[in-house]
Design a protein around this ligand. Structure first.
Ligand code: PHE
Length: 367
């Protein structure tokens, strides 16, 4: 979502600079929104589980409280994620130390569950990715992820058919009678891989990723060579935003009854009505970056979240130019509360603290 130049810092320099999880992120690890009564993410999880239970009675084991700290082996190595892959970079991922991290996807649990002898499971949990600040991105979100093994002798063609039939049925259970299409996908842990898209309000919406589990992944899970399996994974927030008409991802973290109260008992039929749209305040911050290899755009996004919490709605680059060897960047910060009108004093306090933190913690010079 940004210029390659802003994402060029090598992960080597970063490993030491960024080896920590902010307190604000740790705090989210106990929230378990997907298990909270009447929360829209819980509603969605239950709907998906109910579909799978109905289609395959007493086949799948459900896991919805697997702890989010996993090893790099679980999250990447076992799943054949290449060493240089962006998802491994400390700019994109929250490392606890060199070998443990907050999982970036629920697939991180697949190999251990296969190794424990499970043959069909459905997982739901919180996953973590450093990202930009806007209405559809949040450093924590939730995924449903599943895998199923088949009796030996089942052909790959049959497995692929079962996968596609299961998932188009799931999409119907969520979206109703919509048009769908399969597109080729790429995941290191499945082959072949596919993505399912549904036609939604005039656009193709990507709903999930899936495929046949890669032989090497099955082997790491101790699965015998004549057994095939499928896997799929989907993000819940994006689906919930579309299905329930939730305009900003921060709302899922709101404690406001005017939000939460709208999801009581209405199940999947709930449709969010904004209780009010409060005014936004925009502020710009400009600085020089002398050494581009030591700067990453995600640093600014993360700092904005750390300082402003959920009162920051959007952070984006609005101007960039080079002079001599230095790069000048201007970021526009949009402040908005989901719950009230912010006062100028409140915004200025956050803005000033944000500027202070930029100049004290990042290798840049404020202009
Ligand atoms: N883990 C993938 C993601 O986070 C989704 C996925 C799961 C794709 C299982 C294929 C199979 O995007």
């Amino acid at each position: 979502a940004s210029e390659p130049a802003l994402r060029s810092r090598s992960s080597d320099t970063l490993a030491s600079a960024r080896g920590r999880v902010p307190a604000s992120i740790w705090a989210k690890t106990s929230a378990q929104l997907h298990l909270r009564r009447n929360h829209p993410l819980n509603t969605l999880r239950k709907h998906i589980e109910a579909y799978i239970h109905e289609k395959y009675p007493s086949t799948f084991r459900m896991h919805s409280s697997l702890p989010p700290v996993v090893s790099t082996v679980q999250c990447f190595d076992d799943l054949r994620v290449p060493l240089g892959h962006v998802s491994r970079a400390p700019t994109d991922t929250y490392y606890v130390d060199d070998t443990t991290l907050l999982r970036t996807h629920m697939t991180a649990h697949d190999v251990e569950l296969l190794a424990a002898g499970e043959t069909a499971f459905l997982l739901c949990g919180d996953v973590y990715r450093r990202d930009t600040v806007d209405r559809t991105h949040y450093p924590v979100f939730h995924q449903v992820d599943a895998a199923r093994l088949f009796p030996s002798g089942t052909s790959r063609k049959q497995v692929e058919e079962d996968l596609k039939q299961t998932l188009s049925g799931l999409a119907k259970a969520l979206f109703g009678d919509v048009e769908m299409r399969w597109v080729e996908g790429y995941f290191p842990f499945t082959h072949p891989s596919f993505e399912l898209e549904v036609a939604w309000q005039g656009e193709w919406l990507e709903v999930l990723g899936c495929g046949l589990l890669h032989r090497e992944v099955l082997q790491r899970g101790g699965v015998s060579d004549d057994v095939e399996g499928w896997a799929f994974g989907m993000g819940l927030e994006r689906l919930a935003m579309v299905l329930f008409g939730v305009p900003d991802i921060r709302l899922f973290w709101s404690e406001d009854e005017r939000f939460l109260g709208q999801f009581n008992e209405r199940g999947i039929e709930a449709r969010y009505k904004p209780f009010s749209v409060f005014p936004a305040v925009e502020k710009d911050v400009s600085f020089w970056v002398e050494d581009i290899s030591r700067f990453h755009e995600n640093d600014i996004h993360e700092l904005a979240r750390e300082v402003c919490g959920d009162l920051v709605e959007n952070v984006k680059v609005v101007d960039t130019f080079k002079k001599g060897g230095s790069l000048s960047l201007c970021f526009r910060i949009t402040f908005r509360s989901m719950e009230k009108t912010l006062t100028h004093a409140e915004v200025n306090k956050l803005y000033n603290e944000f500027r202070t933190q930029i100049s004290e913690t990042l290798p840049v010079t404020l202009r």
